[in-house]
Design a protein around this ligand. Structure first.
Ligand SMILES: C#C[C@@H]1N[C@@H](C)[C@@H](O)[C@H]1O
Length: 438
């Protein structure tokens, strides 16, 4: 091992109450909302297909022009309680909000910059409204914070001169100040989701990333911080130079999921995947016809897939500039929510079962007891669901919606579960009682 000052601070999974709650939540709503929601991917009549929150760079818009969008931000249809109720109905147990994205505009009245919600026609503290509304629904709120800041004059992509060093040191103090005020002024915040940390300027300041993690955990004991914040002494990100995870969970799965067979190593630590509904739109885009839009069933399978590998699934919503939620996203929330209403127990507080992945779908396992859940997405023509169990394990019972289904031992440690033949519009769940074995 190489000696590190700014590497991983511990190994293994945190087992404190705050982290157990973060882990057990399993399903979160990501919200990307900022000035980029106003143009929605269209500028001077031209539609830009790239991610709408990157429109400033896609359309090469000068910072002064982009920043003047602040004077148009007046979401007259914004209703934090409605958003929170929709998230509750969808079955989300946490919500992660972009307090500040790469554009540098702050959804809270930051004392460190005028580029914030207080100087818009809306004026009110949107972050406070969202935290209160979601907490009132029993939903934990986490803060996304982009270190990359296109607005701030002291931001640097790299440190190539003494002037860069001086400016960037000022920038890091600014960012630390903003993070301190977020952690202090919104005391129910549970976790911090860092982004915009891929540039050399951050890699060359790994010390700061550890200082921020420690500061946040001092202000908010139990706070959870993602690996994406962190860089070690040599600029290694997420995983330090000794192969140890930094931060409290791995956050590299963006718009992709680990392979359930080849990537089982992800189960050794906590992790989260974040996912867009279109192919690559986090902020509101006016025209979703420019790429594939995932169906509720595609997204539900991703949620179950993630739970089956011991991860959290963060599904993104991009509200419009007027504060409305588009119909496609409302349909997704209703459809997934209807299934979660009946089957949330196979997601919440569930984990990797350690059983061999089969083609019909995914296993999840509650933290306690001898239950293993089967969530079936691919219905076999013969209605027989193969299950390979750890050596010596017996399946004593299998039920679907509380009714027994046939269990047939077909070989040593192998069974067929007989799925009742019917048309399934949503994935059926079979609950196995397993005894003995590993
Ligand atoms: C690239 C990039 C950013 N990371 C995702 C989580 C979105 O915030 C996107 O803009």
């Amino acid at each position: 091992e190489v000696p590190l000052k700014y590497g991983a601070q511990y190994t293994g999974k945190r087992t404190d109450e705050a982290m157990n709650k973060w882990r057990g939540n399993r399903f979160g709503q990501f919200i990307h909302w900022g000035l980029y929601a106003i143009p929605g991917g269209v500028w001077n009549g031209k539609t830009y297909n790239y991610a709408a929150e990157f429109l400033k760079s896609s359309a090469k818009i000068p910072t002064s022009t982009w920043d003047s969008l602040m004077y148009q931000f007046n979401p007259v249809k914004f209703n934090a309680r409605q958003w929170a109720k929709m998230a509750k109905q969808m079955g989300a147990r946490y919500m992660t909000i972009t307090t500040k994205h790469h554009e540098g505009f702050c959804l809270w009245p930051s004392q460190y910059t005028d580029f914030n919600i207080g100087n818009t026609p809306y004026k009110k503290d949107i972050l406070k409204e969202l935290v209160e509304a979601y907490n009132a629904e029993g939903i934990d709120v986490n803060f996304y914070y982009s270190v990359l800041d296109w607005h701030h004059p002291d931001w640097r992509y790299d440190i190539k001169s003494p002037e860069d060093s001086v400016a960037f040191r000022r920038f890091l103090q600014f960012a630390s100040g903003q993070l301190r005020e977020l952690a202090t002024n919104y005391p129910t915040v549970k976790a911090f989701w860092f982004d915009g940390t891929w540039d050399n300027s951050i890699k060359k300041n790994g010390w700061w990333t550890l200082e921020v993690e420690q500061m946040l955990k001092k202000i908010r004991p139990g706070a959870v911080v993602n690996s994406r914040l962190r860089a070690d002494d040599f600029g290694k990100r997420h995983i330090d130079s000794n192969g140890k995870l930094m931060g409290d969970y791995e956050s590299g799965y963006e718009r992709r999921l680990p392979n359930p067979v080849k990537d089982v190593q992800v189960t050794r630590w906590d992790w989260e995947a974040c996912m867009t509904v279109p192919e690559n739109q986090w902020g509101y885009h006016k025209d979703w016809s420019v790429s594939h839009v995932k169906s509720p069933l595609e997204l539900l399978e991703m949620l179950v897939h993630t739970t089956s590998m011991g991860g959290n699934f963060l599904l993104n919503f991009g509200p419009a500039g007027d504060g409305s939620i588009r119909a496609e996203e409302q349909h997704i929330a209703r459809t997934i929510g209807a299934w979660m209403q009946q089957n949330g127990q196979v997601i919440y507080d569930c984990d990797y079962a350690g059983w061999e992945k089969q083609d019909w779908g995914y296993f999840t396992k509650p933290r306690t007891g001898n239950i293993v859940n089967m969530v079936v997405f691919n219905i076999p023509v013969n209605g027989l669901l193969k299950v390979k169990v750890p050596a010596g394990t017996k399946i004593s019972k299998a039920t679907l919606a509380g009714k027994n289904v046939k269990v047939e031992e077909i070989a040593k440690d192998q069974f067929f579960i007989h799925l009742p033949q019917q048309a399934y519009k949503m994935p059926p769940v079979i609950v196995l009682e397993a005894v003995g074995g590993a």
